[in-house]
Design a protein around this ligand. Structure first.
Ligand code: SF4
Ligand code: SF4
Length: 358
């Protein structure tokens, strides 16, 4: 008997796909220009550095972006429910506080509770709201936020420290409000300030953001659990293939970029001039790949004032010059992604493909 084709449901509409395709344009957000306190508890310093330096951008589809939007909208509901329960809360939603810790570390707590938490009605609390899937929510209930969600705990520590500095008086409590997306169950926990943990986290974030060189990764094992789901996995662990993977071309992946301790970003190629954030996002012809972001060894003796030399093929000592005296970063990226494996290959592809030249 011939296999029957799976019948197509005539009632299924393509509208959901259309929505996902279109909301993608509306909900896309540019990469953050600072290290946020929501990510600062990330255990891998390399992951934080590569994110801050815009090595690559997270490519969320329309469905994921709608999911994030739902999480943001939950904040409105939680604030309303807290107020119903007699909690006085300010600086919420579009009126959030901004705590600038300096050296590119910043954060925005979800709100400031001034009164009404039953266990301490007159005590100020930083508010932090999170939605969880069922498994994560159950773990949270079983272990508490510090053990189950250490990054959220660090975020609140930094929030309390930021509020203390901002208001000039001690804000040493936070209220964590978690919602189970599965059944709307709520979990609330009060967290006490651990000033040392907060200071350490902020200083670590500042060191990572202002670091000129890539920090070590959390593991050299490709199957390490934190690496397996990391978006930089191919860069860190694809031995023999990572020289095929070049970063996005923007100021932050350039060898001439400096993120300074004064919270500004400078271009060393143009006399330590400040680069506004929007200019950093653009692709400039003067870009040269940061040596730590390519899989090829840097050959110092062959570089020039405006160009960096890489040994693209270590066996033949084939070198490629990236910059004003050699190939632009775009030419190299397109040629490498097009299959070039040597300087000669880049030369050939750049001659063949007019798209490679500006
Ligand atoms: S793959 Fe692992 S080592 Fe590399 S950035 Fe990600 S977590 Fe860190
Ligand atoms: S050299 Fe060009 S790409 Fe590099 S940091 Fe300066 S302006 Fe940006």
């Amino acid at each position: 008997m011939a296999l029957l084709e799976t019948p197509i449901n005539p009632y299924i509409s393509t509208l959901s796909k259309t929505i996902d395709d279109l909301v993608w344009w509306d909900l896309q957000e540019p990469a953050r220009a600072y290290l946020g306190i929501s990510s600062i508890g990330e255990p891998c310093a390399r992951k934080l550095w590569l994110s801050f330096r815009w090595f690559s951008f997270e490519d969320f589809d329309g469905r994921m972006l709608r999911l994030f939007r739902r999480g943001h909208r939950e904040e409105e509901t939680i604030v309303s429910d807290l107020r119903t329960a007699g909690v006085k809360i300010s600086h919420v939603l579009d009126d959030q506080l901004t705590f600038d810790f300096g050296s590119h570390v910043m954060g925005h707590p979800d709100g400031l509770i001034t009164e009404g938490v039953p266990e301490a009605p007159k005590t100020e609390h930083i508010a932090e709201f999170k939605t969880h899937n069922d498994a994560s929510f159950r773990e949270l209930k079983a272990k508490g936020v510090k053990e189950a969600k250490p990054m959220h705990w660090i975020q609140m520590q930094c929030g309390m420290l930021g509020a203390t500095r901002y208001f000039g008086h001690q804000v040493d409590r936070a209220l964590y409000v978690a919602v189970n997306k599965n059944d709307d169950e709520l979990y609330t926990e009060r967290v006490r300030l651990d000033e040392e943990a907060a200071e350490n986290a902020i200083q670590r974030g500042q060191r990572i953001a202002t670091g000129d060189y890539i920090p070590p990764g959390i593991s050299q094992r490709p199957d390490w659990w934190q690496c397996r789901c990391c978006r930089f996995h191919d860069f860190c662990h694809k031995e023999g293939k990572k020289d095929r993977l070049l970063p996005e071309i923007n100021c932050r992946t350039c060898a001439h970029f400096t993120a300074a301790k004064d919270g500004k970003c400078y271009c060393e190629m143009f006399g330590h001039s400040e680069i506004p954030v929007e200019a950093q996002r653009k692709e400039h012809y003067c870009h040269v790949f940061h040596p730590d972001m390519v899989g090829w060894p840097y050959v110092e003796r062959l570089g020039t004032k405006d160009s960096v030399a890489y040994s693209i093929d270590q066996l033949s000592e084939d070198t490629v010059l990236n910059g004003a005296d050699g190939y632009s970063s775009r030419e190299i990226k397109v040629a490498i992604e097009g299959g070039a494996t040597s300087a000669a290959g880049i030369e050939r592809l750049s001659e063949e493909d007019t798209e490679l030249t500006f």
